[in-house]
Ligand binder design. Structure first.
Ligand code: FES
Ligand SMILES: [Fe+2]
Length: 339
C-alpha cells in the first residue's frame, strides 16, 4: 500500500543554493521541475518539460531577464509559465496565448529556504508557512546543514515525534520523555521534557544533578518543523521533509545558534547537534523496513499516535486513498499493510 503524497508547503532548496540567473533541475512530488531565480531575484518553480518539444528546462535553460529560455530552441517562459517569446517565429502559437502553458508552483521564500506548494489537484495554498524570528536575526549563526534520502513517507517519519517509547529504546533516552501535544488546524505543537545533567551559567556540566531539558517542536503542515532546544543555551533547528516520490523523501536538518554564546556553550551546542544527527541513523533502518499497521496494538505507555494519525490525514486530498484512519481501540484487529 502506498500513501498518497500529502499536500502542503515543501522545502525544495536553501535560498543560498541559487543566485539570480541560476537554473537547477528538481525532482520532487513524483514530478520533474525546474527552479530558477530571475534577474530580479524571484525564485520560481515550474514544470520541467518544455511544451514545444519536451526539453527539460533545468538542464541548460538560461535565465533571460525575468523569464527562462529553453535550451533546445530558445522559447521563453515567464514566472507564470506563459510563453513570452519564440525567437524564430512571427508570433506565439495561438494555443499558448493569454494562458500559462507550464504549471508554475506557488512559491514562498522564507526561513532561508525556497518552498513550493504541492497539491495533487493544483489547488492554491490552503495555509501559510510560519516565519521563524531567529532565522531573520543576524545575531544567529549561518545554518549547519545535514540531509538524508530515506525510503519512507512523511506520515511514517513524522510519527516519530509522538512515539514516546522509541526515544528510550532507539535513542537511549534515560527515561520516557513527557510530552504535551497541541493540535490546531494545520499546526501541531509538542513540548517534550527529558532529564539531562545540570548545566550552570558558565556551561559546566554536573552529572550528579539532573534538570529538565525542553524540546519544543512546531509543525506547520506536513513539510516543516521548527525545533527549539532550550536549557541554559538555545538552539533552533529547522527540519524539513520533502517527498521525492510516494515512498522516498529527503529529510533536512538546519541548525542555528546565537553568535554571542561562550566557548563552553558553543562546545555543548555542537555536541548536542552532533548527537541529534547521529541518532537519525538509528531511525532510518526502522523506517525503511517497517510496515504500516493500520490498527496497531497500542499500550497505555505509548504516545498520542492515534491523535497524530488523525491530524495527519487532513493533508490527504483523496479520502478514498485506501487508508483507514480509524482510531485504534482496545479491541485490536491486527491487519498488515505494506507501504
Ligand atoms: S523544446 Fe523547448 S524550445 Fe523547443
Ligand atoms: Fe527517532
Amino acid at each position: 500500500m502506498e500513501f498518497p503524497i500529502p499536500f502542503g508547503w515543501y522545502a525544495v532548496a536553501y535560498s543560498d543554493d541559487i543566485s539570480a540567473g541560476d537554473v537547477l533541475p528538481l525532482h520532487y512530488f513524483n514530478e520533474h521541475m525546474v527552479l530558477f531565480r530571475t534577474e530580479d531575484g524571484v525564485a520560481t518553480v515550474m514544470q520541467a518539460y518544455c511544451p514545444h518539444l519536451g526539453a527539460h528546462l533545468g538542464y541548460g535553460g538560461k535565465v533571460r531577464g525575468n523569464s527562462i529560455a529553453c535550451p533546445f530552441h530558445a522559447w521563453e517562459f515567464n514566472t507564470a509559465g506563459e510563453c513570452v517569446n519564440v525567437p524564430y517565429a512571427t508570433s506565439i502559437p495561438k494555443q499558448a496565448q493569454g494562458k500559462p502553458c507550464l504549471y508554475s508552483y506557488p512559491v514562498r521564500e522564507c526561513n532561508r529556504m525556497i518552498w513550493a506548494w504541492y497539491h495533487p489537484r493544483r489547488l492554491a495554498p490552503l495555509f501559510e508557512l510560519d516565519n521563524i524570528t531567529e532565522l531573520k536575526d543576524p545575531n544567529w549563526s549561518e545554518f549547519d546543514l545535514y540531509e538524508w534520502e530515506i525510503n519512507s513517507c512523511i506520515q511514517e517519519t513524522g510519527e516519530n515525534g509522538v512515539d514516546i517509547a522509541h526515544f528510550v529504546y532507539v535513542h537511549n533516552a534515560r527515561e520516557m520523555p513527557k510530552a504535551a501535544i497541541t493540535l490546531d488546524g494545520h499546526k501541531r505543537d509538542t513540548d517534550m521534557v527529558t532529564k539531562g545533567p545540570a548545566i550552570d551559567e558558565a556551561g559546566n556540566l554536573d552529572f550528579n544533578k539532573l534538570e529538565n531539558s525542553h524540546l519544543t517542536s512546531k509543525n506547520c503542515g506536513p513539510g516543516m518543523t521548527t525545533q527549539v532546544f532550550s536549557r541554559a543555551f538555545k538552539t533552533v533547528m529547522l527540519g524539513t521533509v520533502t517527498p521525492i516520490t510516494q515512498n522516498r523523501l529527503i529529510l533536512r536538518f538546519a541548525f542555528t545558534k546565537p553568535l554571542d554564546i561562550s566557548d563552553s556553550f558553543n562546545i555543548l551546542t555542537d555536541g548536542m547537534i552532533a548527537e541529534i544527527v547521529r541518532q537519525v541513523q538509528f531511525d532510518i533502518p526502522i523506517w525503511e523496513n517497517k510496515i504500516y499497521r493500520e490498527t496497531p496494538l497500542l499500550c497505555d505507555g505509548d504516545g498520542p499516535i492515534a491523535k497524530y494519525r488523525k491530524w495527519f490525514s487532513q493533508f490527504y486530498d483523496d479520502p478514498d486513498a485506501g487508508i483507514i484512519r480509524s482510531v485504534p481501540s482496545a479491541d485490536h484487529t491486527i491487519t498488515e499493510q505494506r507501504k
